[in-house]
Write a protein that binds this ligand. Structure first.
Ligand code: ADP
Ligand code: MG
Ligand code: MG
Length: 884
């Protein structure tokens, strides 16, 4: 079996099409090599070898070593160096690289091949002993961490001590002798801590490091990252073995990272940071403050450190040209890593860059304008759930801000919360329903859980490409980094701000991730502007989609915001919500408690005008768009008081005996209200309720038609139908009221009568029910509940256990169960349409806003999806992507 694929010298054995096999990093290194870009030669061990490694007791497969050694011979030939050689030694980097990018989650070892002899040769060779010992100490630290399991902190402590002893501020200040001493201390601490010495044989180092990188696939932070991003465990990582190039070879050497466009705003500008005389992760680790790549970047960040453009103009020009070429080749914004060794540029990585949603929209729209991609491609490139970021509030520009300090605007949006200083606290607070801001000096992959739980993140160190910044942008949460004027005092759990302001744990602050400001208290915010790039992309999405998108809205306010998000009608208006407001509940209670029909009618007469005015307002907002109104669904006892106190109070207000009230409540008690006296069952027991609602709806429709001149497209929906006869009964009642109102108003009223499909029986008998129903709306919350026989109010007690034990992958109340519930939907759609080809089909459960479920709806041929107002843009985009 071929375990190893080579790249270098202007050619490669694989390319970007082979990501599954070579991992993202390997595939793109191969691609860059084939393009003739300056890539240090190397080889990629395929991802299959990782699976093999874990299945076979952490061993490497037969033949792999031979193939790796052959590849190394080729690197030796190309570089004119020899691995483990006592002159011109070849050093290697051993780099992880999975199919999906998992930035910083797995391990990398640099400078492999150094030992007490080769370090001398390397120094001699380069004419720079400091460089050689600097490389050696880095190698020992990384190797000890990745392979020997010794935490990097012990090494950092030693280095801090030595720096202090020699009186140096920066790592780069250490001389070769001083580094040599640090190396001896490093080796000593390894022996003390582990009882074994640092391996000197480069081949031992090589095989151990490869195994170490495979093992890093299952380290806790990688595992957490995979579960957050739904990356399958079995994918495994590839391993890239590559000739080293050196950015730590003095002042004409450097290492850096770049984005071909600004990852925060999407602006077309080369964007990034670099450090002279540095290696590997120095730029992101915040060891020294990095420099900007461009002059423009330097000026806008207010830095006095010279840019790469200024310091190394020729290399910069070459780099800029390569960036443009890579962007054109991949037809997307790239995130690049590079190193300059004594003026010679080397490309070490390229991939599609992570970006904020705002940047993603701008880049997609710009690429269309530049003629690089089509409108449909642009639509396909935006992850629907990410639109949520844009719908986040920003700080109201009109309110006064009390600025505590500021840092870099690393991830946009604003959020307020209580200060916490550890990831654990953030997780606990979120679980307790509190909103928190995670404040750290800097974050590391161990903090991932806490970052997820926080509303926003503040760090006092680090740049735009620091861990906190990258992760927050990916998660779509606001983030401010490098707020250097603020100090974090972890011991006393305090935030020390300029001007002597001290805040403690639990104090509320607001972060503005768009300006970088840290503000005192909970600052008022406003809703975002939905025009510009967002508007254009959504227009293209609307052109591409087949299904329409409606909203679930019960109040005028919901309806208005849904309209502003582009909803094309109301797919579900739950009328019961209208009875809870203000003193209406009082009248509702009188209706429920009435002893006879006459009493009920009297209360209903008072409810009628209230309902009518609600509908009138709703119809006016929806201006001729379809509106689906569901008749009263929940059991009546939901409207009655529960605690003793409430009962006494209500009894007094209604002039009733508390004992009488309690008897009525007891009589209405149900053992299983979800499956009890609710939905159409109520309308059948008390047809006067349905009649009142129908009258309110029709009278409002008449009023709306008169005032706007536009007739609403009315759909009246009967809930919880299992039998056609149930629907027939209620529909008769609706039709009767319709002809009464029509006669009274002297105008005809058009409407459809239909039903929710939320019981398995209804789905199975759809062909019969469709003889009466003119539309179906899949109520997938109840349909999931009734199909699984799982109460959705009680499922939280066991679904997480199911997921942990691998019995269920996903919560079926969140993502539609395609196999079971989906099968019922398919059956109902098919049978219903067989009876009535014009049958309108929609979905109105929570799933109507879930992209995967929306794809299913497209495939099943539904006419529309309906979701909560804030999910409307997501649904529009997801519906477009499903149709493309
Ligand atoms: P990650 O996936 O965490 O970004 P990488 O494999 O990209 O890890 O390695 C991290 C850094 O190590 C790179 O950004 C680069 O600076 C440095 N590096 C990796 N390979 C080489 C090499 N062959 N020569 C010089 N530096 C390297
Ligand atoms: Mg990298
Ligand atoms: Mg229901």
């Amino acid at each position: 079996k071929k375990w190893v694929y080579r790249f270098g010298g202007g050619k490669a054995e694989g390319g970007v099409a082979d990501v599954a096999m070579l991992g993202g990093k390997g595939a793109n290194l191969a691609e860059m090599a084939s393009l003739g870009l300056p890539v240090p030669p190397g080889l990629t061990i395929v991802t299959d070898a990782c699976a093999w490694y874990f299945e076979n007791g952490n061993t490497l497969p037969d033949g792999l070593k031979e193939q790796v050694l052959e590849g190394i011979s080729a690197m030796e030939a190309e570089t004119g160096r020899s691995f483990g050689g006592s002159t011109r030694p070849l050093l290697l980097s051993i780099r992880s690289g999975a199919r999906a990018s998992m930035p910083g989650m797995m391990d990398t070892v640099l400078n492999l091949g150094l030992n007490d002899e080769t370090v001398q040769a390397l120094g001699h060779d380069a004419g720079d002993a400091r460089f050689a010992w600097d490389s050696y100490r880095r190698f020992i630290q990384m190797y000890a961490d990745v392979v020997m399991g010794l935490d990097h902190e012990v090494f950092e402590e030693i280095l801090e001590d030595e720096k202090a002893r020699y009186g140096h501020e920066y790592d780069t200040d250490l001389s070769s002798v001083e580094w040599q001493h640090v190396v001896s201390l490093y080796k000593q601490v390894i022996e003390e801590e582990l009882g074994e010495s640092f391996p000197q044989d480069p081949h031992v180092q090589l095989w151990q490091a490869i195994a170490g990188v495979f093992s890093s696939w299952t380290n806790p932070r990688a595992t957490t990252y995979r579960s957050l991003h739904r990356i399958p465990e079995h994918w495994g990582t590839a391993v890239n073995v590559q000739a080293m190039v050196f950015g730590n070879l003095g002042s004409s050497s450097a290492t850096g990272v770049a984005f071909t466009r600004n990852p925060s705003t999407g602006r077309k500008e080369l964007y990034g940071e670099f450090l002279v005389n540095a290696q590997g992760e120095d730029v992101v680790a915040g060891i020294r403050t990095p420099h900007s790549l461009t002059e423009e970047g330097r000026i806008s960040s207010g830095s006095d450190k010279p840019s790469m453009e200024k310091l190394m103009p020729d290399t910069f020009r070459e780099f800029k040209a390569i960036c443009a070429r890579l962007e054109a080749h991949y037809r997307d914004m790239q995130d690049l890593e590079f190193t300059v060794e004594r003026g010679k540029l080397w490309m070490l990585q390229t991939r599609s860059g992570k970006r904020t949603t705002r940047a993603a929209l701008k880049i997609a729209v710009d690429l269309v304008d530049e003629g690089v991609i089509t409108q449909e491609e642009a639509v396909s490139r935006i992850e629907p759930p990410s639109l949520d970021q844009l719908l986040h509030p920003t700080i109201d520009p009109k309110v006064e801000r009390v600025v505590l300090g500021s840092g870099l605007p690393a991830s946009p949006g604003a959020a307020a919360g209580e200060i916490v200083f550890t990831a654990e606290e953030a997780v606990e607070a979120e679980a307790a329903g509190r909103k928190v801001i995670l404040v750290r000096i800097e974050t590391s992959p161990e903090d991932i859980h806490g970052m997820h739980a926080a509303e926003a993140i503040l760090t006092t160190r680090g740049g735009m490409t620091s861990h906190a910044a990258v992760v927050a942008r990916g998660m779509g949460i606001p983030c401010v980094v490098g707020a250097g004027t603020i100090r974090v005092d972890l011991r006393n759990e305090q935030l020390l701000c300029p001007g002597g302001v001290i805040l403690g744990r639990g104090d509320t602050i607001t972060l503005d991730g768009s300006s970088g400001q840290v503000l005192r208290g909970n600052v008022p915010m406003i809703q975002p502007e939905l025009s510009g790039d967002f508007g254009r992309l959504m227009e293209w999405a609307d052109k591409a989609r087949r299904m329409s998108v409606r909203t679930n809205a019960d109040t005028p306010q919901d309806a208005r915001s849904a309209r502003s998000f582009g909803a094309e009608g109301i797919g579900l208006c739950r009328t019961e919500h209208m009875f809870f407001e203000g003193d209406r509940i009082q009248v509702m209670r009188e209706m429920i408690l009435a002893e006879d029909e006459a009493g009920r009618r009297e209360a209903l007469d008072r409810l009628l005008p209230m309902q009518r005015s609600d509908f009138t307002e709703l119809f006016a907002i929806m201006h001729g768009l379809p509106v689906t109104i569901r008749l009263l669904d929940p059991p009546l006892h939901e409207f009655l008081p529960k605690s003793d106190e409430e009962i006494t109070e209500v009894a007094r207000a209604m002039d009733l005996e508390p004992a009488f009230l309690r008897r009525r409540i007891d009589a209405l008690h149900e053992f299983n209200p979800m499956l009890g006296h609710r939905g159409c069952r109520l309308a059948i027991s008390y047809p006067e309720i349905a009649a009142m609602q129908a009258r309110a709806i029709f009278e409002a429709a008449v009023a709306a038609a008169r005032s706007t001149g536009e007739a609403v497209e009315l759909e009246i929906m009967v809930p919880l139908v299992g039998l056609r006869s149930e629907l027939d009964y209620v529909k008769d009642c609706i039709d009767r009221v319709a002809s009464e109102v029509s006669r009274e108003a002297g105008m005809s009223i058009n409407y459809l009568a239909g039903t929710m499909i939320e019981l398995p029986r209804a789905a199975l008998r759809a062909h019969v029910i469709a003889e009466t129903a003119e539309f179906f709306s899949f109520g997938t919350n109840d349909l999931t509940q009734t199909t699984f026989g799982m109460s959705r109010d009680d499922a939280a007690a066991f679904i997480p256990t199911y997921q942990r034990k691998g019995i269920l992958d996903e919560d079926p109340f969140v993502s539609l169960d395609f196999d079971g519930v989906g099968e019922l939907i398919r059956i109902a759609a098919e049978r219903g349409r067989a009876t009535r080809p014009s049958l309108k089909l929609g979905i109105c459960g929570e799933h109507g806003g879930d992209p995967a479920s929306i794809t299913f709806c497209e495939q099943t041929g539904l006419d529309y999806v309906s979701c909560s107002p804030f999910r409307v843009p997501i649904a529009r985009l997801a519906a477009a992507q499903a149709a493309i």
